[in-house]
Design a protein around this ligand. Structure first.
Ligand code: SAM
Length: 238
């Protein structure tokens, strides 16, 4: 997807874009590709793919959540997806980018400086950062873990009344399997929107979980427990 195709495609999502935002995307794409030549941040190595598989894909979240000025946490953001893309389009959100990989958070700080964008960058694992007590209106996450595991990493961070949005591939079975964990953690799936990216670039499912009640104490557990014993009806969970 070229830059001009990206701009037209935003109209279909119901989004307008300014010259300043177009420029920010140019700088972000160019810095991502050049930094990626010496530090492995993404498997994507050409400009058209950055526009389609990183920028456009990140903005599809808008289909299930209309951002204004919420506090937003992006768990496992990598090189900033979807978080930085959302912040470029919705500059009033209060963004926190969280990743356990130091190489990636170093890039995030560098590129945010180049873009003149303010965001908190946290180099930590989600389940450890949780202990600092911050809670958010919206938690987003793309391509980080299986839905049951991801739900335990993400739902505890949402304020009651807030939302968790998981950006998944075509994964209805994975989502069905996670339903018990989601409800156990205080969430409720309100939307699961399936669609295809343009240019046969893949199938996607956006899962929107509303936080309807407090997460029980003791969650998220340490990662070893989350991974070896995901919350499920048939399993012993502690
Ligand atoms: N969200 C980005 C994207 O879609 O391009 C990056 C996806 S990458 C496949 C997964 C990222 O999640 C990695 O950068 C990894 O370091 C991070 N990650 C995995 N588990 C994590 C955890 N428990 N806490 C924080 N970051 C985590």
């Amino acid at each position: 997807m070229s830059e001009s195709e990206f701009i037209s495609s935003l109209k279909e999502l119901g989004l307008g874009i300014t010259e300043e935002q177009i420029n920010k995307f140019r700088v972000y794409a160019s810095d991502l590709l050049s930094y990626n030549e010496h530090t492995n941040l993404t498997a994507i190595r050409n400009l058209d793919e950055v526009y389609l598989k990183h920028f456009y894909d990140s903005l599809t979240v808008y289909n299930v959540y209309k951002f204004t000025n919420e506090s937003v946490l992006d768990i496992g953001t990598g090189a900033g997806f979807p978080g930085i893309v959302l912040k470029i389009m919705f500059p009033d959100i209060k963004l926190t980018l969280l990743d356990s990989n130091n190489k990636k958070t170093t890039f995030l700080k560098y590129v945010l400086g180049k873009l003149g964008i303010e965001a908190n960058v946290i180099n930590d694992r989600a389940e450890k950062y949780y202990l600092f007590g911050e809670r958010y209106d919206v938690v987003v996450s793309r391509a980080v873990a299986d839905m049951s595991i991801l739900s335990e990493l993400a739902i505890p961070f949402c304020k009651v009344g807030g939302a968790f949005i998981a950006m998944k591939g075509k994964s209805s079975e994975e989502i069905d399997n996670a339903n018990y964990a989601i409800e156990f953690l205080g969430g409720k799936i309100s939307e699961a929107e399936e669609f295809s990216l343009p240019k046969d670039a893949g199938e996607r499912t956006l899962v929107k979980v509303e936080k309807v009640s407090d997460t029980p104490n003791g969650y998220p557990r340490v990662y070893d427990k989350i991974r070896k014993s995901p919350i499920a009806k048939t399993r012993k969970i502690k």
